[in-house]
Design a protein around this ligand. Structure first.
Ligand code: VGL
Ligand code: ZN
Length: 213
């Protein structure tokens, strides 16, 4: 029997585009790839970074802190970010060019003020699930293909959690871009994913296959 697969689109929101509040250089370039690949999958999940205005990952919510600085947030190391993806704001919307009609399930993450959530599966402390694993199980999904923003944060942690939950996991390299606070962050993230058992592929390798005929 053919294994069922899902496409996971991570955080394709305005704030992660080049003109957004937390810009990912060339982040907008992955949208056409997402649109093309959506035709190939029966099950498409999209995550949304979805923070309340008082979220602890925002530098502006801590006295005198600036984006890029490290703090401890409820016992976990936290990088501080500019205010981004505030619930119901423009920056939290899916990019307009994304063909959202084909999305079967939207998973919101980072909704609790005291804890960040890079992964689409769990918060950063692995205390609470987002419902993504249960959803994929209910659809009998065994393989996941991950792409989106940002390669060195939410995409990386989503792919790593997928592997540790037992999914056969693929990262679509040309479908992701990194923030690169440090220049090597994205290449290090790819290496870390590969070592954990994530298969790094290009979107072109899916065309004319069982997945994308
Ligand atoms: C992300 C930093 C903060 C991401 C979200 O989507 O990669 N990065 N919040
Ligand atoms: Zn965030």
């Amino acid at each position: 029997m053919e294994k069922k697969s899902a496409l996971i689109l991570v955080d394709l929101q305005y704030d992660f585009c080049p003109l957004g509040a937390l810009p990912v250089p060339k982040g907008d370039e992955v949208i056409p790839i997402a649109n093309k690949l959506m035709d190939c999958f029966d099950c498409i999940v999209a995550t949304k970074d979805w923070h309340p205005a008082n979220h602890g990952s925002f530098a502006a919510n801590h006295p005198w802190r600036k984006p890029g600085q490290l703090i401890e947030l409820n016992g976990l190391e936290q990088i501080l970010w500019p205010i981004h993806c505030v619930q119901n704001s423009f920056g939290a919307e899916f990019v307009d060019e994304l063909n959202t009609n084909l999305i079967d399930k939207v998973i919101h993450k980072g909704t609790q003020p005291g804890i960040d959530s890079y992964s689409g599966f769990f918060d950063n402390g692995h205390q609470k699930g987002t419902g993504l694993h249960e959803y994929l199980e209910s659809e009998s999904i065994r393989q996941v293909y991950v792409m989106g923003l940002a390669a060195d944060y939410c995409v990386k942690y989503t792919a790593l959690d997928a592997v540790s939950l037992g999914y056969e996991t693929f990262l679509i390299e040309d479908g992701t871009r990194g923030v690169n606070l440090k220049p090597d962050d994205t290449s290090n993230a790819l290496e870390e994913m590969k070592e954990a058992g994530v298969n790094i592929i290009q979107s072109s390798s899916l065309v004319n296959t069982e997945i994308c005929g």
